[in-house]
Each structure stands twice: as structure tokens, then as C-alpha cells.
Design a protein around this ligand. Structure first.
Ligand SMILES: Nc1ncnc2c1ncn2[C@@H]1O[C@H](COP(=O)(O)OP(=O)(O)OP(=O)(O)O)[C@@H](O)[C@H]1O
Length: 422
């Protein structure tokens, strides 16, 4: 099963993480000063004695995408043999949910001889402070009271709304990787994949990645997909200097017309590949491409299985399942026994579901404004407004035009538009 290379080559130890020495020293020092950690690890990495490190209640790793924030925390957990409880913004959506997940993680005893537990809040800047009611406060509360290491990551923690989080944490900045460092990692991957990669080709990939190692590794895997063993600068020029940002029409075309499984699968390495969009488009394009009912139903079956995997990955963060989901959704939809020869030009339609959403966008915006206004003024949650109040209001306003006029005035939206969403 082909694992994405960013997972296959994810560093397992501190030493394997390229650059980021400052971050490694700070993180290790904090752990060694405040928690239990193996002596050899502390001797090697805990080089800081600053007061601010010793006093930090939590660590906030900040830096651009793909420079090793998440990898650093995973490697740390492994080095000190701690079990990692990993949370992302969707787990933190409400304080209750967060308490539930953390509580369960901390209550359950560790198997496999872990020495302790630690928590990673990945991408805390993905929290929508306003909607994620109580999520931020709850993280702060957990940090204040926790007896275990709590580490967060963020691309941009400098937004004023995260001020309270910054105030109780030590912000550790990770550096953007240099072109040279990116080339070095790519070169190592080429060697272990048994591929001959021209130095200039790797340099070109590194240059366009702008220090994002994840993007660079994904690009390399895309260029070497389908079992290719040689990569030259010409190959890269042919495909396009920067990764081709494929439109959804091109993505579908590549999937359906792929000659072999890996070729279809390679579409996912394209930086513009968006799983959720692909799903919507594939769902509607299957009957356009496969006229034969049996073939179409096999394709649907595989797509739906992929969706089950994706749902499970989102819920449980079991990323090891990702290759299975992608292979079913791409290779599985593309390579079906008895599939007829496809015509050179297929008219993929723009999905009806997306069209409908686009058409109703303005109406939804007005409705959202109304819901927001009512929620604030009636001190009720948005879901109560949507499920109950709106209907009452709609019924009342039928015989009482003044309600509409008052709302129209308060919201600055004309009365006809208000009426249309009630
Ligand atoms: N400093 C590094 N050394 C070696 N490999 C790295 C480094 N940074 C990133 N990588 C590679 O890139 C992949 C992505 O890295 P990681 O998930 O840690 O990025 P990140 O900084 O957390 O990015 P994001 O903010 O987008 O989540 C890793 O699986 C690893 O293969």
C-alpha cells in the first residue's frame, strides 16, 4: 500500500528533524525541567536554563506550514516515550466536547508501557473564537490546571484574539527551511526510493516550495509517480515549473482516463487536490462517465467506502487509513473491470449541489445576518434561532408587516429581502 511520502519519511527522532535546533533545545529543556524524561535525551537536547522556559505553562510552536511543527511534537513523544493525545480545532469546537476528549484520554490508562501522556492541540489558530464557544477558555483552563505537557501549534498565533493563549505559553518560532535544506531532504528520499534525480530538478522543486517541506515532498512524489526512476529538470519543465494547479475538470479527467492504478492515485499529490471537492464532483460525474449500470455502481460503492474511511479519519485522527481512502476514491473509481474505452472528450458537469449553493449564497448570507442579529438580541444560540425562532417569526410576520420593517431597519437589509428569507 503506497503511503504518502510525507508520512513515510516523517522523522521519527529529534536528530532526524532538519534544522530547527533552537526549537528542539527549547522544547527539550522545558520537558526536562518540568516533567519526567529519559536522562540521555535531556543530556543531549536540554541546553537551555532560561527562566521563561522553566516558568512556561505550555508551549506554542509557531511557524509557516510544512516546517516540522507537528513532526517535532510526534518525535518528542516518541523520544520520551509518552502517549500523545492529539486534538485539532474540530475537537475543540465546544468546551464540552474538549473536556470529553481530554477527560477520556487522561482517564484511560496507557498501554504499551508509555511513561506518561502529553497533549497536542494542532493548529489552534484554526479555532474560530466566536463560534467555538468556550473552546479557547477551556484550553486555557486545561493549561492552568494540567499536570502533563501541553503543546500547541499554529501558523499565525499573533492574531489579537489568541492573546490570552500567548500570555500563558512560551511561543517557540520555527524557521522556514532554506532551499539547500529542502534539496538535502529530497535528495535523501530519491536515494532511498532508488531514483536518479538531477540536482537541478530537486533545486527547482525546492525553489517553488518556498521552504514548505511538505509541499516539496508531495511534488517529488508526484513527479516520480507511476514507478518512474529518473527525474530531470526537463521533466519538471514539461509538467510546468510550479506544480500544475489543476482544475477539478482536469483532475476528474486524469482519474477516469488513468491507464493504471498509481496514475489515478497520483492526482492526490497535486497541491490543488481537495478531497471534499473531489468527492462532490466524482459523485455527480460517475453516471456521466460510466453509462453501464454495473460499472457505475461499482464506482459508487468504492467512493462510498472511501467516504467511510475519511469520516473515521476525521473522527479518530487515524491517518494511517488515508492511503486506503485515497486508493479507493481515486484508483478504485478509475480502474474497474470491464470498463469501456472512454471518449477523448467527456463533458463533466458542474455539480448541481455546488450550483445550488452558489445561487443561494446571497440568500444564505442574508439569512445568516438575520440569525446572528436575533441570536445576539434574544440571547439564544444560533441553532435555537434556526430551528425554532425563525419559524415563529415567519408566521408572525405574515400578518404583521411592522416586524419585517423593524428587522429591515436594524439590519440595513431591505424589507423584501428579509421577507424572502423568512
Ligand atoms: N524540519 C523538518 N525535517 C524533516 N522533515 C520535515 C521537516 N519539516 C517538515 N518535514 C516533512 O514535512 C511533513 C510535514 O511536516 P509537519 O506536519 O510537521 O509540518 P507543520 O509545520 O506541522 O505544518 P502545518 O502547519 O501545515 O501542519 C512531515 O511529514 C515531514 O515529512
Amino acid at each position: 500500500m503506497a503511503l504518502p511520502w510525507i508520512e513515510k519519511y516523517r522523522p521519527k527522532s529529534f536528530a532526524e528533524i532538519v534544522n530547527q535546533e533552537e526549537a528542539k533545545y527549547t522544547l527539550a529543556s522545558w520537558i526536562c525541567l518540568k516533567f519526567r524524561a529519559p536522562k540521555e535525551f535531556c543530556t543531549r537536547w536540554a541546553k537551555k536554563r532560561d527562566k521563561e522556559v522553566a516558568e512556561a505553562k505550555a508551549i506554542l510552536l509557531a511557524g509557516p506550514p510544512g516546517v516540522g511543527k507537528t513532526t517535532l511534537v510526534h518525535a518528542l513523544a516518541r523520544e520520551i516515550r509518552y502517549e500523545l493525545i492529539e486534538l485539532n480545532a474540530s475537537d475543540v469546537r465546544t468546551a464540552d466536547r474538549l473536556r470529553q476528549v481530554i477527560g477520556r484520554g487522561l482517564r484511560e490508562s496507557s498501554l504499551f508501557g508509555f511513561e506518561g501522556k502529553m497533549v497536542l492541540f494542532d493548529e489552534v489558530d484554526g479555532l474560530h473564537v466566536k463560534e467555538d464557544k468556550g473552546g479557547l477558555e477551556e484550553i486555557i483552563e486545561i493549561i492552568e490546571t494540567a499536570k502533563i505537557p501541553i503543546i500547541m501549534t499554529a501558523n499565525n498565533p499573533y492574531d489579537p484574539k489568541f492573546r490570552p493563549l500567548r500570555d500563558i505559553s512560551l511561543v517557540v518560532n520555527l524557521k522556514r527551511l532554506s532551499e539547500e535544506e529542502v534539496v538535502e531532504v529530497l535528495r535523501r528520499i530519491c536515494t532511498s526510493e532508488g531514483a536518479k534525480c538531477e540536482e537541478e530538478a530537486l533545486r527547482s522543486i525546492a525553489k517553488s516550495s518556498m521552504g514548505d517541506l511538505r509541499a516539496a515532498i508531495n511534488d517529488l512524489q508526484m513527479y516520480l509517480s507511476g514507478g518512474r526512476r529518473i527525474l530531470t529538470l526537463d521533466d519538471i519543465k514539461r509538467v510546468g515549473e510550479r506544480n500544475p494547479q489543476l482544475s477539478m475538470f482536469e483532475i476528474l479527467d486524469r482519474v477516469y482516463k488513468a491507464r493504471w492504478f498509481d496514475e489515478a492515485r497520483a492526482v492526490s499529490f497535486n497541491p490543488s487536490f481537495d478531497w471534499e471537492q473531489y468527492f462532490i464532483w466524482a459523485l455527480e460525474s460517475i453516471p456521466v462517465v460510466y453509462k453501464d449500470l454495473e460499472i457505475a455502481s461499482t464506482a459508487y460503492d468504492r467512493l462510498s467506502k472511501a467516504d467511510v474511511f475519511m469520516g473515521r479519519i476525521k473522527r479518530t485522527q487515524e491517518w494511517e487509513l488515508l492511503p486506503y481512502a485515497l486508493e479507493l476514491a481515486l484508483g478504485g473509481v478509475s480502474q474497474i473491470k470491464g470498463k469501456p474505452r472512454l471518449p477523448p472528450f467527456i463533458k463533466y458537469g458542474f455539480p448541481q449541489r455546488l450550483l445550488l449553493l452558489a445561487k443561494s449564497k446571497e440568500a444564505r448570507r442574508r439569512r445568516d445576518a438575520l440569525v446572528e442579529y436575533l441570536a445576539q438580541n434574544l440571547h439564544a444560540s444560533k441553532s435555537v434561532i434556526k430551528s425554532e425562532i425563525i419559524y415563529v417569526l415567519s408566521a408572525l410576520s405574515k400578518n404583521n408587516q411592522s416586524i419585517i420593517e423593524k428587522l429591515s431597519k436594524a439590519l440595513g437589509i431591505n424589507a423584501i429581502d428579509i421577507k424572502s428569507v423568512l
